[in-house]
Design a protein. Sequence first.
Lengths: 111, 118
Amino acid sequence: AQSVTQPDIHITVSEGASLELRCNYSYGATPYLFWYVQSPGQGLQLLLKYFSGDTLVQGIKGFEAEFKRSQSSFNLRKPSVHWSDAAEYFCAVGGYQKVTFGIGTKLQVIP
Amino acid sequence: GAVVSQHPSRVICKSGTSVKIECRSLDFQATTMFWYRQFPKQSLMLMATSNEGSKATYEQGVEKDKFLINHASLTLSTLTVTSAHPEDSSFYICSALGQDYPLNTEAFFGQGTRLTVV
């Protein structure tokens, strides 16, 4: 069975500081990995995805994520956080059809 | 990119009534759509997988007679919450797999529907 763990439920960072959101997955084969962002009361927007190839993936809004097979991780990073990045972030692992989400990490950005 | 439209975005209904939520893929054909439920401060829980022209596959613990799913065309799936109760109040989100998933695309999500049962 596939599963996703996001160990940090809530993170607070200062505007301009760097950010790393952790994600660990469990999947029996080569995983398809995603990061989504959700603003309050809204649907989900894809930030980036990994299917194969280069393990460092660039996404929208200045985000990147690195796939580390040995650690079963797919952590999301951003070098300098903006106030508009405050939202909830979901890591997900996809198989042939089913996509399983982590519990989410709520990001708060302080001035 | 591909767009999935979900309607309505908000609905308030009386206890005991039924509510229908629509999920449309606007510029692509989606043979598979998913319905998720999100409780406050929790992740998205997959309720069911909707396949065009066949019966939906429900996740364990989801009442198929309460959450009726119909996927009558390649661009439309509907979720009907029957005999709604206050505990059904939640945020429901649909998603559709883009063409050539997962190689060239991903799952696209609707805007979500906030259901409140009073």
